[in-house]
Ligand binder design. Sequence first.
Ligand code: GLY
Ligand code: MN
Ligand code: MN
Length: 489
Amino acid sequence: MKFSFKTFLILITYTFSGFLLLQAQETRKDYLSSDFHKGRRDLLREKLPANSVAVFFASPVRNRANDVDFVYHQDPDLFYLTGYNEPHAVLLVFKEEQKDGQGNNYNEIFFVQPRNAQAEMWTGRRLGFGGAQEKIGILSAFNNTDFKAYDIDFEKFDKILFYDFQNDVRDNARDEGDLFSLIQQFKTKVGYGVEANTLGAEPKKNNLDLTSLNTIMSEMRGIKTTEELDLIRKAVFISTVGQVEVMKAMKPGMTETEVQGIHEFVFKKYGSEYEGYPSIVGAGNNGCILHYVENAEIDIKSDKMILMDLGAEYHGYTADVTRTIPIDGKFSKEEKAIYDLVYKAQEAAIQMSKPGTTFGEIGALAKDIINKGLAELGIIPNENARHLYFPHGLSHHIGLDVHDKGPYGAMAENMVITVEPGIYIPEGSKCDPKWWGIAVRIEDDVLITKDGFELLSSFAPRKSDEIEALMKQSSPLEQFTLPALKGNK
Ligand code: GLY
Ligand code: MN
Ligand code: MN
């Protein structure tokens, strides 16, 4: 074979970058193990109904603009079951053993992106079917381009479980194995939602189940294993260190983006790959926007509070922690009244969290305390008055998603949930203007234990006086100065 100089360069670069990536991966030892993922597939098989198959597709690649895509984020179910982090893949998990044409047994098949030196030089190393066999331990792994011809008699199953598709996947017409094609091929194979006269598929046996998978995966993902808890603890701890460092560094005149940057710098310093959701940093009235992500205020005023809701994502698992602090280090009388009321509601709900308690019960308790408190402060006319000052739910699961899958009835051991009451009084509200622009959310991450709870986010203080005390400490960032930004405006 004859190599051009260009091919030579490509191969050298490819080999070298692959080597570096491998090195980087090997320096960290605390990823989920292939045994974890295998255990999850085994548990799924236990939970599947008789004579069934569950089908999971990778998340689509999302385009940011032109030839730049958003950073890829795997479908959390597929990640949970495999640890695979690449697009254009489909996983089938069978309840019972199947036999292929050669008489070999298998109970799972995984179709993944093919290796491709040219593509890997640009966008990173691919596992390929060989890597999926070796690293993930799914022996029946193939290139995604083999899915179309792979002979599976879907009619014989009593149930084919999958999630319904969204109409938002781009077609790379040149790629027979891209997600768009995998979905079309699957629909054709099972006779789902395709016109007989356009794709040649006849509606087959009515064995398509689009609802059960969510229930099964919620039951599984809602209860964390030891390996998951290790990563969640780390993600939560990192996030609370971010809060603590910001409490020390906070100064009037900072920008919201700068505050966001301090949190995220701490996340990265610990090796947290991403944020689990877009960081929310809102000073004063901006804090009243529940998912405020512009973080655009360039001059945070000393007489305001700042609400900071951020979560580090560590090896796939995200924290979700909110602290609200006074910019000048001291809560005003009104700020403290609202802050302490939110704290009271949160503390009561946390103390009640244990196996058997329902999400509904802690939600109602927090709402009740807040309503009574708002009435006592004269912000609402009486405790039964309708209002929008606490417009969101109290609690959700966290894990691979910030709003993670999980059951929302009774709590159970090894669930990890948030407890996050808030009071938001936007400018112009129907109450004394002295309350306007006050927004407080306190959000903590709580592990449900055998007979109670463990507060995972306790490293960042929650009580108003403890926050004031911490804010008096100095920050190493006081020494960190940069040249002024010059321009025409
Ligand atoms: N950070 C989103 C939430 O608190 O649910
Ligand atoms: Mn939350
Ligand atoms: Mn949050």
